[in-house]
Ligand binder design. Structure first.
Ligand code: CTP
Length: 418
């Protein structure tokens, strides 16, 4: 269903990215009104926003007074997204000011409000900004974590505006799931998430892999990052995906590399989620140079394979042995097609018992479902008293970010029980 989206634009150099954000929403069929602050118009002209949104643009509460515009746009909005949100704009919002059309619109709005801050690292980390952000979050306003990277001058660090499509995707998740999707409930927690399909080399140009896109793993990382966690993504082969704000990326292509990375990073983690599709087998020998067809010493018609370690099951054993913290929550996935004897859910229940993890997301795959798709569905299985009789929660088809929100809610329930 099309939403009425108000895009607020603060006066920062990243204001030019707001033009792309307007495009993102209009191309998805939503109705967009842009409200820049007066200083935002020093960076991007009103004509740009008018052309892209198809609506007149004003900054002043005294424009269109006959339509009571200073309250109408905010009252009618389904979603307000402010990008970039400057330190000054957040201070004015935290102070409850209504000194321009954008702040007065926010004051009357009852819809979700999502702010995407952008500023120099010193401004972001200044205690005044920290206090304003905390105030806004306490009031249910979603303040996204800024990206880390190149800022306006020569400086780099936290404070960069995430890419517009990424902001749009996160803001729509808030519109669907509510502001609690990105509350700061994982502040101070360390989470490790594996994502993508492993790559098992045959020679320098060929490999065995699978259809995993890494989207579900990255969606889990996005939600954890926006909930304030310190996120490490152990990334196998994925589609190009935006890095969740502040996340550390550890590349690990093969199952053996992935295991080494998990073993290292799980040590002090509160949660480990094995979303990667790990190859069960790898070629016994990866040739150092390209294998040639018809060469005497290579037979390319058969492949000798050897089994990879089961990283998830090993992690559970390490926890049992006390090598990692007993309170670490361990989460697995099961992508199942079902067969003559068992449904995907029955396979998932057996896999939960076999792996011994605390929570398992079971997806029915095949026929183009799940892999590389925007949406996911399935069942969340919580081990409970006995692993072969888990608590089963059906997860209805929805965007992978929404599935990630539900999974984190379940993980946090387990964390709070420990
Ligand atoms: N997994 C793992 N190490 C492996 C294989 C799988 O850690 N060598 C993890 C995956 O990351 C996932 C879960 O185990 O979280 C289930 O993966 P899946 O491939 O479905 O399990 P398998 O044990 O390979 O079961 P099967 O091939 O029999 O379905």
């Amino acid at each position: 269903m099309p939403l009425r989206v108000v895009i607020g634009v603060g006066g920062g150099i990243a204001a030019y990215k707001a033009a792309h954000l307007v495009r993102y929403f209009t191309e998805k069929g939503h109705h967009v009104n842009v409200i820049p602050t007066p200083s935002a118009l020093k960076f991007v002209g009103a004509a740009t926003f008018e052309a892209l949104s198809g609506h007149p643009v004003s900054t002043d509460v005294f424009d269109s007074v006959d339509e009571v515009q200073h309250v109408r746009l905010g009252q009618e909005a389904d979603l307000i997204v402010i990008a970039p949100a400057t330190a000054d704009l957040m201070a004015r919002l935290a102070g409850g000011r209504a000194d321009d059309l954008l702040t007065s619109s926010c004051l009357v709005a009852t819809c979700p409000i999502v702010l995407a801050p952008a500023m120099h690292t010193e401004m972001w980390e200044n205690p005044a900004t920290t206090a304003n952000v905390a105030t806004l979050r306490k009031r249910g306003i979603v303040v996204l974590e800024p990206s880390h990277g190149r800022l306006t001058g020569k400086d780099t660090g936290p404070g960069r505006l995430p890419e517009p499509d990424h902001i749009g995707t996160l803001a729509l998740a808030v519109a669907r799931c509510g502001a609690s999707a990105f509350d700061h409930s994982l502040e101070g927690r360390k989470v490790v998430i594996t994502a993508g399909g492993t790559v098992e080399p045959l020679d320098p140009v060929r490999f065995l892999s699978n259809a995993s896109s890494g989207r579900q793993g990255f969606a889990l990382a996005d939600v954890a990052a926006q909930r304030g966690a310190q996120v490490t993504i152990i990334q196998a082969r994925t589609e190009p995906l935006p890095t969740p704000s502040g996340a550390t990326i550890v590349p690990a292509m093969s199952a053996l590399e992935l295991k080494a990375a998990v073993d290292e990073h799980a040590q002090d983690a509160d949660v480990v989620i094995m979303a990667a599709a790990v190859a069960d087998y790898r070629p016994v020998n990866a040739a150092a140079s390209k294998m040639k067809k018809g060469a005497n010493d290579t037979d390319l018609s058969t492949l000798e394979l050897t089994e990879n370690p089961d990283i998830l099951a090993a992690l559970v054993k390490q926890r049992e042995a006390g090598a990692i913290d007993a309170e670490t929550v361990i989460v697995g996935f099961a992508a199942e097609t079902g067969d003559d004897k068992s449904t995907p859910l029955e396979h998932g229940i057996r896999k939960l018992a076999k792996k011994g993890c605390d929570l398992l997301m079971c997806n029915a795959v095949g026929d183009g479902r799940v892999f590389g798709q925007e949406d996911n569905a399935g069942w969340l299985l919580t081990a409970g008293e006995s692993a072969d009789k888990p608590v089963i929660t059906e997860v209805h088809t929805g965007p992978k970010l929404d599935i990630a929100v539900q999974m984190w809610n379940a993980v946090e329930t387990l964390m709070n029980e420990r």
